[in-house]
Design a protein around this ligand. Structure first.
Ligand code: CP3
Length: 344
């Protein structure tokens, strides 16, 4: 059961209501930089943390208790989806995601399954229900998934990469097999996000972290085509936010997609993002995460400038990508507080 929300500012910004100040949360706020998270991290490996609802829900509410952001994001990872599809994923300390058997052929694609999400990812739904109990209606909970293209990048490359050359080469050399895999990821993601909404998340975010690796034309074919399917399937169930890193060139089309909001990174000016999207859709972003290493008074000033540039309405304050692990806790606090103190 979802308790009545005490703070619905985030949901009101998503529907475009006039607000006194914009809501604020930070991508990757759960984990990474918080000392209370590092304590849990010492004791349990990454996927144990994801798969244990007590731990995942605790990590989710930690930043809310410390800073009082206007939305919580469930602690999990985008790579639980390929795991559920029978594609092995490990998290190697110091390396990051590591797939021992990356997908390189059409028969590898055939072996990937479209799973029953309750069976394979039921632990995520349990974590959502447990988190909602802990939040007790304080703020809304965001559920998320990677975009099919971003998931595909890891499945084929086998690890993080500066170029994702093997992933792109699979698309260009074996387009049919690539599309078959993208469609399987899409079908799994739609079922997964529907289950998340049913379990109690109040909004969804799609992370297209590697969309900017593609040319605008290839983006249409290998990323956007699948994101649009997900938006179509989910938009009447929950507001959908699409964050495409490096995807400013697609903002015009994204604004017509039925998404409730679009995330933007720091390489685009707020005024340009507004112009590309016709000024009607809610935008989210776009503070350079490295700017949280500036002194707190600079952070404060720049946050206020950013709000003035986007405008306080149809706007959600966020970073332009995930928070960096080395950000001092007081600097993250200054970022959140600056938004709460914003006056016209
Ligand atoms: O936003 C949140 O705080 C919720 C939790 C969350 C995690 N991963 C936890 C995590 C979310 C939303 C993600 C999404 C994710 N995971 C993305 C998309 C967002 C982005 O940053 O672009 C991507 C590309 C991944 C894949 C992934 N997972 C990588 C590249 C890594 C290693 C490097 C890193 O980011 O730290 C992970 C591991 C991971 N996912 C950690 C956390 C807290 C760190 C590992 C650990 O805690 O042991």
């Amino acid at each position: 059961m979802k308790p009545t929300l005490k703070n619905d500012l985030f949901l009101r910004a998503l529907t475009g209501e006039t607000v006194d100040r914009p809501p604020v949360w930070m991508m990757r706020q759960a984990g990474r930089y918080l000392p209370e998270f590092m304590e849990i991290r010492k004791k349990y490996d990454f996927f144990t943390r994801c798969q244990t609802p007590e731990l995942a829900s605790e990590i989710t509410v930690q930043p809310i208790r410390r800073y009082g952001m206007d939305a919580a994001i469930l602690f999990s990872d985008i790579l639980v989806v390929p795991q559920a599809m029978d594609i092995e994923v490990e998290m190697k300390p110091g390396v990051g995601p590591w797939l021992p058997n990356p997908i390189r052929t059409a028969s590898d694609v055939d072996r990937a399954i479209v799973p029953d999400v309750q069976e394979t990812l039921g632990y995520v739904m349990d974590a959502i229900r447990m988190t909602q109990e802990k939040l007790d209606g304080e703020v809304p909970l965001i559920g998320f998934a990677g975009s099919p293209w971003t998931i595909f990048c890891y499945c084929v490359q086998g690890q993080g990469s500066k170029s994702f050359d093997k992933a792109k080469s699979f698309c260009f050399a074996q387009p049919e097999a690539a599309h078959a895999l993208l469609q399987k990821i899409t079908d799994t993601t739609i079922a997964y996000l529907k289950a998340k909404v049913q379990a109690g998340v109040q909004a969804l975010q799609l992370f297209d972290s590697w969309g900017g690796m593609l040319s605008p034309e290839d983006y249409q074919e290998f990323s956007w085509y699948y994101l649009q399917q997900i938006i179509d399937a989910l938009k009447d169930l929950a507001p959908v936010i699409v964050f495409g890193k490096g995807c400013w060139f697609a903002l015009g089309e994204m604004a017509q997609s039925g998404a409730a909001a679009l995330g933007v990174d720091w390489t685009v000016r707020p005024e340009q993002a507004r112009a590309f999207t016709g000024g009607k859709i809610t935008l989210q972003g776009n503070f350079d995460p490295a700017r949280l290493l500036s002194p707190p008074e600079v952070i404060r000033r720049k946050v206020h400038e950013m709000i003035r540039a986007f405008g306080k309405d149809r706007y959600i304050v966020n970073l332009g990508h995930g928070i960096l692990p080395e950000v001092p806790v007081e600097h993250a606090g200054a970022f959140i507080q600056a938004v709460k103190d914003y006056k016209g």
